[in-house]
Design a protein around this ligand. Sequence first.
Ligand code: NDP
Ligand code: MG
Length: 387
Amino acid sequence: MSNERRSVALLGATGSVGRQTLDVLRAHRAQFDLVAVAGGERIDLLAEIVKEFDVPVVGVKSERHRRELAGVLGSGPEIVSGAQGLSELSQSADVVVNAVVGFAGLPVTLGALGAGRRLALANKESLVAAAPLVAAVRETPGAELLPVDSEHCAIHQCLSGVRPSIGYPDVRRLILTASGGPFLRWSAEQLKSATREDALSHPTWSMGDKITVDSSTLMNKGLEVLEATALFGVGVERVDVVIHPQSVVHSMVELLDGSVIAQMSRPDMRLPISYCLGLPERLTLNWGDLDFSGLTLEFDLPDGDRFPALGLAYAAARRAGAAPAWLSAANEVAVAAFLADQIAWSDVVPVVASVMDHYDDEPVDSVESLLASDAAARKWARASLKR
Ligand code: NDP
Ligand code: MG
């Protein structure tokens, strides 16, 4: 890479994407300076990261966590807290990695783009919920939105060979691949008794709990359909999903002449992360190559009957406005309840569906209106959990 060092802010540093980002930074210390990190509640791990990388500014979830971290670090770095802290940190570096989970990542997405930074976005929930607001801040001079999510990172790479006009007129459709998750071959009857442990055993990716559950319901793919429309400005009728259990083809772009461009690699999130950090250059990674000996790639269509989350996401995309924000918020509440053993796996998507029955068109025209929509959807979701 060129001699110029890039500063990096890593928000959500203690999570799965966060720790894999640290792996990439460890392997490329000459190119990057980690100038800010944030975590939520894992204070000891955050303190270790701060010490290892000598990070000058740190964010935590709340004032209580701020005091706890200050106790561990002594008179070390500056510590900020809450959404305000995340917002400040997201304006402080050349590249901002948003690896926070859930709607809590919103201040990072809006903060980084609003400050004209490169945003390496793993946090799909903020983009799904706030798509109209993100579209506006993306116009800020210098702002650049690069997807860490492997499917969208693949599409970004596939599109580099396509005429870059608005709405990609040469593209017939974007094809997102889905591993199908742990329940790909489970019958409807078996799914009724799926447990927390079953849902958390993903066949090809090791990820945080929330996205692992989302992968098991295919809500993750539903959110990714919405993410694709927002990222690439393509209508939802031009976004399709195919099941591909090996997770080697990360996604594809089909052109008007029937050509299909695909991006492949071993399933390893450090690749898309390094793409977002290094672009336009490629970082050298030495963690193994794709092994073609005996490699079999299978493709199939998703089963919307066993996995109704996909249909809910397409419906939310067609309704637009705050419907995607409602979908994502209701899903966060339902997944948290499932992870806390309050509801069964088979209740997660029905809770989301019942919340969407209450949705009546709402615009997303300000942060305040979005926060109100998010709160309304969560209220209906909690009410649905009690039933
Ligand atoms: P994890 O649960 O592993 O990590 C989430 C991170 O967010 C942790 O660092 C956590 O802190 C932090 N966090 C949570 N709430 C707050 C808050 N209020 N303020 C500050 N930090 C907070 O999730 P993943 O790494 O799996 O996923 C992160 C995002 O990336 C998600 O949006 C997910 O959909 C997306 N993604 C993840 C992939 C993966 O391979 N894991 C692949 C593609 C996308 P702490 O743990 O200290 O509480
Ligand atoms: Mg993905």
